[in-house]
Design a protein around this ligand. Structure first.
Ligand code: PNW
Length: 491
């Protein structure tokens, strides 16, 4: 069993080790880690038991059921709060080396604040971690996978800078309680998606017309919170704990829609506005927002008549605090988009999309999954990893999510194909291009609540019968396929 920290310390470059094509097989090195992932709101259920507080997703699905497919909620979901031992049994069947799950902030701190601790919440995650460790599966924990305590939302949520301080209190108590059990921590899951989705799209908290202002405030305070947690961890815990701390960023590849210089520039700008927004402040040599983001938003804000940029400025101290504040980069990758230059005149209405200046599309010939945004484009994976390598001097990367949605059904050969082709692409990035990737996580262990898509999109290696009282889990073909990979480390 290899701890992430050992990998971090010893295997600085996996490409140098026993990687390669052995006897015609595509193999990963012995110490490459395979895992599976879920997130609290998507699987736990038990939304109001034993002292848990309300999260923004509880409140959103209850008050805006019209915005959720089939008016479903995560009230019960896959009931992993009660069935976690069964989930761990599935992982034993899969032979995975780690489980990436998230902790529900309001399950531990019902209104998000440190003065009111819910002991049942603390107990639940201890029992889950103990069960994992007993079975030789390392816990990899996301502190925030989108379920903000509703009370903090009422204070303004991530647009209020004080929430960053409250997040540090929460993170400190996680290190205190679980520090010795967790191999790797992720402060946030996909700030790009939750800051955009919550302030433009239909995700909680569902502020629909707020793009170009609130999404940037959200990103700003999330970046501050991330940096503050990392510095607190270094000061108070690093010497005594054998663990590592990173952040998960989503990087769906952005390829130019044509060979024109305009589209090539638009695609690069779109990368800086997506992963760069969060990765540049943390992983670049200079820190701070990507220069192109700074430049575009500052100048468009001016044209629109604002007296200051809609993208907030970090203080010099904040830039230093955030720069270098991660032991590794967690990357989620699912699909690819094409980018062409947006030729429309700047409208007076602020928006991230206009600031970015590109129009996203996908090729109709690309094979589809069961989510409108998810086309199957394996080559984008290798390109994304190479871009990260070039841009941030080859940081240590763990793939914290990759997966595909299909219809219900146990014979999921298309999922097997997806995993195979994406893993081949990742393997090429490691062996041929020297990218520092040391782990892969399939999303998801089981079918779960797919946010505004309810239970209509299935990502699981195991099917969940949401209509059965026991939320019966049944293996799909892909679970056998993935079990072979995680055991043999070969495709
Ligand atoms: C991830 N997009 O999000 C999330 O981390 C999971 O909670 C989720 O279940 C999974 O993907 C599958 O959807 C997404 O750009 C990130 O369209 C980005 C996009 C969609 C989902």
């Amino acid at each position: 069993m290899y701890l992430f920290v050992d990998v971090l310390r010893e295997v600085k470059n996996l490409a140098g080790s026993a990687l390669g094509v052995a006897e015609g097989k595509i193999c990963f090195p012995e110490n490459f880690l395979f895992g599976v992932a879920t997130a609290a709101y998507q699987v736990e259920g038990a939304w109001n038991v034993s002292g848990k507080g309300e999260s923004i997703w509880d409140s959103y699905t209850h008050n805006h059921s019209e915005r959720i497919f089939d008016h479903k909620t995560g009230d019960v979901a896959a009931d992993s709060y009660h069935l976690f031992r069964e989930d761990v049994r599935l992982m034993v069947e899969l032979g995975v080396q780690f489980y990436r799950f998230s902790i529900s902030w309001p399950r531990i701190l019902p209104n998000g604040l440190i003065n009111n601790i819910n002991e049942d919440g603390i107990r639940y995650y201890h029992e889950l971690m103990d069960e994992l460790i007993r079975n030789n599966i390392q816990p990899m924990v996301t502190m925030y996978h989108w379920d903000l305590p509703q009370y903090l939302q009422e204070l303004g949520g991530w647009t209020n800078p004080i929430v960053s301080d409250y997040f540090v209190d929460y993170a400190r108590m996680l290190f205190q309680n679980y520090g010795s059990k967790v191999s790797a921590w992720l402060t946030f899951n996909e700030p790009l998606t939750f800051c955009r989705g919550g302030y433009t799209g239909l995700e909680a908290p569902g502020r629909l017309e707020s793009s170009g202002i609130e999404d940037y405030l959200c990103g700003h305070n999330v970046l501050r919170a991330h940096g503050m947690v990392y510095r607190m961890y270094q000061k108070e815990f690093q010497a005594k704990l054998s663990t590592s701390v990173g952040i998960t960023l989503d990087f769906l590849w952005r390829a130019p829609a044509s060979r024109s210089a305009d589209d090539i520039i638009a695609a690069e700008t779109a990368r800086q506005f997506s992963i760069g927004w969060f990765a540049h402040p943390i992983f670049s040599k200079t820190g701070d927002y990507p220069p192109i983001m700074r430049k575009r938003i500052d100048s468009i804000s001016k044209i629109q008549g604002f007296s200051r940029s809609r993208l907030p400025y970090f203080t010099p101290d904040e830039i230093e605090m955030i720069r270098g504040s991660a032991d590794f980069l967690g990357m989620n990758h699912y699909t690819t988009f094409l980018v062409s230059k947006n030729r429309k005149k700047i409208s007076p209405k602020p928006s991230y999309a206009a600031d970015m200046g590109g129009i996203l599309s996908q090729k109709s010939s690309w094979p589809v999954a069961n989510s409108t945004w998810l086309k199957i484009v394996p080559w984008g994976f290798r390109l994304s990893l190479n871009w990260i390598k070039r841009e941030y001097d080859n940081p240590l990367v763990i793939i914290t999510e990759n997966g595909v949605s299909l219809e219900k059904g146990l014979v999921d050969t298309r999922r097997i194909e997806y995993i195979k082709e994406y893993l081949k692409s990742m393997h090429a990035a490691i062996t041929k291009d020297n990218c520092n990737v040391y782990g892969y996580t399939y999303w998801s262990l089981i079918d779960n609540f797919e946010w505004t898509r309810g239970y209509s999109e299935r990502f699981g290696l195991y099917e969940v019968d949401f209509d059965s009282p026991k939320k019966t889990r049944t293996p799909r073909l892909s679970s056998e396929y993935y079990a072979r990979i995680s055991r043999t480390k070969c495709l």
